[in-house]
Ligand binder design. Structure first.
Ligand SMILES: Nc1ncnc2c1ncn2[C@@H]1O[C@H](COP(=O)(O)OP(=O)(O)OP(=O)(O)O)[C@@H](O)[C@H]1O
Length: 240
């Protein structure tokens, strides 16, 4: 499989403070990959750089981000979004004053001409809870419902690459389970996905490959089988 996404030597700074020192990550079409690491190690910064959300003015210091054969590092976020990358951000960031339905249609698009694009009905089938709440405003939803909405909203752009930052953070166990099941269904449907979360066992079951970062550097990369077999890696780099 050829790479859909290829990050090479990515270095990012916040002002004078460099926090990424050469991140490498490759993702093939249809694969699910994770970015793992303790708090503050550079996961969100990597995802944000990928989506064009690096802080100005320094931002990306070095490195290449190739997506679908094009160099996208430094492009503005709306252009990267139109190119087929959708981010479900940490904290969801749904529109509080729009209804569930309005949130979902706000950025709906099918720029690649996908044969069976995401529709409201398909999102409601994936998350029946959202169908029940479709007239409710964003600020009337539980954390789990907000996360479902954030995922649904990203899917409505028919992304080639779906990115989730802290996919299940702050959610109750049963709701977390719903999110994992949703991601497994998306995977079965061929959705290429990059996910950040801390539940290593669930991620091993879900994903193909894993990249662990520590202080802005890649310290381990491997398959789910390799990560499953080496709990020393979990203890050393993930503190679990
Ligand atoms: N806006 C910012 N300005 C300055 N430094 C920042 C900013 N955001 C993050 N950092 C720093 O960059 C480093 C990497 O942070 P990042 O958020 O990428 O880590 P993370 O692995 O996603 O962790 P977390 O799970 O806590 O979000 C940390 O040292 C953090 O303090």
């Amino acid at each position: 499989m050829s790479a859909l996404l290829e990050i090479r030597g990515l270095e990012v700074a916040y002002g004078q403070s460099q926090v990424l020192f050469g991140i490498d990550l490759t993702l093939a079409e249809g694969e699910v990959a994770t970015l793992l690491g303790r708090n503050g190690m550079g996961k969100s910064t990597t995802l944000r750089a990928l989506c064009g959300l690096s802080p100005a003015p320094a931002g990306i210091l070095a490195g290449a981000i190739r997506f679908a054969g094009e160099e996208i590092a430094g492009r503005p976020p709306d252009r990267i979004g139109r190119g087929g990358i959708a981010l479900v951000p940490e904290g969801r960031q749904i529109f509080a004053n729009l209804s569930v339905r309005e949130n979902l249609v706000a950025f709906a698009a099918n720029r690649r001409g996908v044969a069976e694009p995401w529709t409201l009905d398909r999102v409601f089938e994936l998350f029946p809870r959202l169908a029940e709440r479709q007239q409710n405003m964003g600020n009337q939803l539980s954390g789990g419902e907000q996360q479902m909405l954030a995922i649904g909203r990203a899917l409505m752009t028919n992304p080639r690459l779906l990115i989730l930052d802290e996919a299940t953070e702050g959610l109750a166990p049963l709701v977390r389970e719903e999110i994992w099941q949703c991601l497994a269904r998306l995977r079965a449907a061929g959705q290429t996905t990059l996910v950040v979360d801390k539940y290593v066992e669930r991620l091993i079951a879900l994903a193909d490959r894993h990249t662990i970062v520590e202080r802005g550097r890649v310290v381990w990369q491997g398959s789910s089988a390799e990560l499953d077999a080496d709990h020393g890696v979990w203890h050393r780099y993930l503190g679990v």
